[in-house]
Ligand binder design. Structure first.
Ligand code: NAP
Length: 385
């Protein structure tokens, strides 16, 4: 299968190496779109996407540039030109899922994206398979290695957030601009995409409420340890009476929960189905080899015409908001709280009073935290799992 790569960075170069190491699968990288000279692919490189999209011999395009544009325009053009597309781009997919699925359907080509959630963890493919024969009741877990590294290091070393983030950046686990990771936006994109495939619905990623870990303090982590709890950043979607509610927030787990045992850059993502029960998928959610491996799996399946990505299932219904899911929260702030909200005071920390709240709708708590942040720039909340 003659294939073109769009982008030759960490994932793109890994995919190229894997196709060469495994020639028996018949996937050949014939062209590579670059924006600077890269010696390793000079003979097949082009800076002009039109050379790729207008070449009838290229059957499949692998988009591993990242970002929303120009990736989106290139992917749409490739689908319109009746080329299969394999992509690892969770941001682009989570924002334009409906449109891209429709385009692939209309043009009778494959659109596969195993690597977009969990890197090399076979999460989306298994979620798709189980959703064919079972009802997914809930899904979610630790989907971001950067924030899991930070939370683990704070728990093990007692350092504050800023210091731990700087260490993660020094080690190459966090980007220079850490916003997408620490504010939960990366998890939000992955969660939306997981909802798209599990519930046959379109999740509007921008509408999924997300609380990150930017304001967690060493004093919070010390309190969690006293309570025997472990904090992890979680993306979660659950079927409720009103529909499917999806949200991203820090959550506190008891020591025997699987999430509490996932340390460093590890990921764990689980689903719970009516018939099958619970299954969890654990491993490294990023990195060159794992991610290239997932892209290669999609290429092999695309070549055989058998990807698990059953585009016909998606019915276009939208998720409800997160007001139908509810649970208690840890909340720490110097801001004044509504009467009756705190049911268990946890005392004073250097960053404000801490308490456990009564059970609240997720969207109400997220709105309350935004109100608290207006008065206290360090307010922090975490759900009780
Ligand atoms: N890395 C991972 O572990 C991982 C895991 C799961 C999913 N992903 C996803 O995979 C995608 C790629 O990630 P990555 O880590 O490989 O990123 P990366 O190392 O930054 O590579 C992206 C490459 O695309 C090139 N590029 C960007 N815009 C371009 C344009 N307009 N024309 C031509 N080339 C362009 C960049 O060129 P320059 O080199 O010139 O900047 C770079 O080589 C992203 O969507 C990411 O979210 C990555």
């Amino acid at each position: 299968m003659k294939t073109a790569l769009l982008g030759y960075g960490v994932v793109g170069s890994g995919v190229h190496a894997l196709t060469k190491a495994r020639p028996e699968h018949g996937v050949t990288i014939a062209r590579v779109l670059v924006r600077r000279d890269i010696e390793a692919v000079r003979a097949i490189a082009t800076r002009d996407f039109n050379e790729i999209v207008s070449d009838p011999s290229i059957e499949t395009v692998v988009e591993v540039m990242g970002g929303e544009e120009p990736a989106l325009s290139y992917v749409k053009a490739a689908l319109r030109a009746k080329k299969n597309v394999v992509t690892a781009n969770k941001l682009m997919l989570s924002l334009h899922y409906a449109e891209l699925i429709s385009l692939a359907r209309e043009n009778g080509v494959h659109l596969a994206f195993s690597a977009a959630v969990g890197g090399g963890i076979p999460w989306l493919t298994n979620l798709l398979r189980v959703a064919r024969v079972d009802a997914v009741e809930s899904l979610g877990g630790i989907m971001n290695g950067t924030t899991n590294f930070i939370l683990t290091a704070m728990q093990q070393g007692g350092a504050d957030f800023a210091e731990t983030l700087a260490e993660a950046q020094r080690l190459g686990y966090a980007e220079a601009d850490p916003t997408a990771d620490i504010d939960g936006l990366d998890v939000r994109a992955k969660l939306a995409l997981s909802c798209d495939v599990a519930f046959s619905q379109m999740a509007d990623a921008a509408a999924v409420p997300a609380l990150g870990i930017r304001h967690i303090a060493a004093a919070d982590v010390a309190l969690f340890q006293q309570l025997g709890l472990t904090c992890r950043l979680i993306g979660k979607a659950e079927r409720t009476e009103a529909g499917v509610a999806a949200y991203v927030e820090p959550m506190l787990f008891a020591a025997d929960a699987p999430e509490a045992g996932v340390n460093g850059t590890g990921n764990i993502i689980s689903f719970h189905c009516t018939g099958l029960g619970a299954q969890s998928f654990f491993g490294l959610g990023a990195g060159q080899s794992p991610t290239a491996s997932a892209v290669m799996q999609d290429l092999i399946d695309t070549s055989a015409g058998t990807t698990a990505f059953d585009l016909a299932r998606c019915n276009g219904a939208f998720l409800t908001d997160a007001s139908s899911a509810r649970h208690a929260y840890y909340l720490r702030t110097t801001a004044e709280l509504p009467a009756g909200l705190a049911v268990r005071p946890l005392g004073k920390t250097p960053a404000g009073n801490a308490c456990i709240t009564r059970p609240l709708p997720v969207s109400a708590l997220h709105a309350l935290v935004q109100d608290c942040l207006a008065a206290d720039r360090s307010a922090f909340a975490a759900g009780l799992a």
